[in-house]
Design a binder for this molecule. Structure first.
Ligand code: NAD
Ligand code: GLY
Length: 341
């Protein structure tokens, strides 16, 4: 964690070391409105240009990517530029994708402004865009040139519902990585009482897992806990015209994938009951009927982790410990999570 002055100093040192003279800031209209001058001191050291995208998940598309590529070509940026992604997960995901593809790859840095991007999207080199509401259908692995510390002051302007969305991913880290974090979160009076150590735990945990499995071949799948169902709910609600934020959809997924873990005999009943109470207290958990599951199925079958038409899940056996890669048939899933008619 670091303040703005420290961040600028780190960046300037990095630019001097790497002989970077041109920086493009990629941001969205909300972040631009709140922080138009966050990086203003950089202009004393490098030439700075800015590209401002519309805010929100809808912008995470090939159309937006093409518009950014076009602007870069029109402005004749060469391989020497550095892209500085300044925003939430949407900006980090599109920006990383653009950086990995423009002129076959330029340097880039993520500087996250949402809780969700601080603990997850800005770390680990996964990037990409949605296609026909299917989450992250196209993308690359491409790693930022440096990982900056986060500036928690940026969270002061984040709308409450976006903080809650980030909280969904935080709960994921607790369920897969730390019973202590889970108990801390359970005891929090409100989200404003989140501590640096909670955020720091998630960033360190993700870095360690990514270091062991950068290309997402096995172990890293645990970071997708809650996402097999969560992404399907996010995609379905977006297509139905009632979009749900990423973190809130992941919270639904965490609930049902924990229920699945319990029903398959892995997660002890008392631990499931604790998760059930906690998630219902924090989030509005929606029922998944057989009919609704049918609507989610096409999206689940599109999940990148799947093989041989079975759906790939991470399951937990205790609060704070997960194992990846359980191949589960859809009827087994339905029996485990849908209420009896
Ligand atoms: P987001 O980027 O859409 O940001 C949420 C909203 O907050 C936007 O309206 C944005 O303009 C606004 N905002 C951002 N920072 C602000 C600030 N400091 N003050 C006020 N408003 C601010 O959404 P998100 O939740 O940050 O990210 C979600 C995306 O991240 C999803 O597309 C998800 O798939 C992706 N993701 C990627 C990874 C990865 O590893 N690549 C991991 C998790 C999630
Ligand atoms: N968000 C999951 C991952 O980065 O692997």
């Amino acid at each position: 964690m670091m303040n703005r002055t420290g961040i600028i100093r780190l960046l300037v040192d990095f630019f001097r070391r790497e002989s970077i003279r041109q920086v493009i800031i990629l941001t969205d209209e909300n972040v631009e409105k709140h922080y138009p001058d966050y990086f203003s001191e950089l202009t004393g050291w490098v030439s700075v240009d800015k590209v401002v995208l519309p805010a929100g998940e809808q912008a995470k598309s090939m159309e937006t990517t093409v518009s950014v590529w076009s602007r870069f070509v029109d402005r004749q940026y060469d391989k020497g530029v550095l892209l500085l992604n300044f925003g939430g997960g949407v900006i980090c995901d599109i920006g990383g994708f653009v950086a990995s593809t423009y002129k076959r790859g330029i340097r880039f840095v993520n500087f996250p402004t949402t809780l969700l991007a601080m603990i997850d999207a800005s770390v680990g080199g996964k990037n990409g865009v949605n296609v026909h509401h299917v989450k992250n259908a196209v993308g690359t692995f491409y790693f930022p040139d440096i990982q900056l510390p986060v500036d928690l002051k940026l969270l002061e302007t984040l709308p409450k519902e976006e903080l809650k969305s980030g909280f969904g991913e935080l709960v994921k880290y607790a369920l897969i990585g730390s019973e202590k974090l889970f108990n801390d979160l359970d005891a929090l009076p409100d989200l404003n009482s989140l501590k640096e150590e909670h955020i720091g735990f998630c960033i360190d945990f993700k870095r360690k897992i990514v270091q062991k499995d950068p290309n997402d071949t096995g172990l890293r799948h645990i970071l997708n806990y809650g996402h097999t169902i969560g992404h399907a709910i996010e995609s379905y609600s977006s297509e139905a015209g009632t979009p749900m934020s990423h973190g809130l959809a992941v919270a639904q997924g965490l609930y049902y994938e924990s229920l699945l873990s319990a029903k398959l005999g892995r997660l002890p009943k008392e631990e499931w009951e604790h998760i059930d109470r906690f998630l219902k207290k924090q989030f509005d958990i929606m029922p998944i009927t057989d009919k609704f599951l049918e609507k989610l199925t096409p999206y689940m079958l599109n999940d990148k982790k799947n093989r041989n038409n079975l759906v790939n899940f991470t399951l937990i056996d205790h609060i704070g410990h997960a194992d990846p890669d359980f191949q589960i048939a859809l009827d087994t899933l339905a029996r485990a999570i849908c209420p009896l008619p």
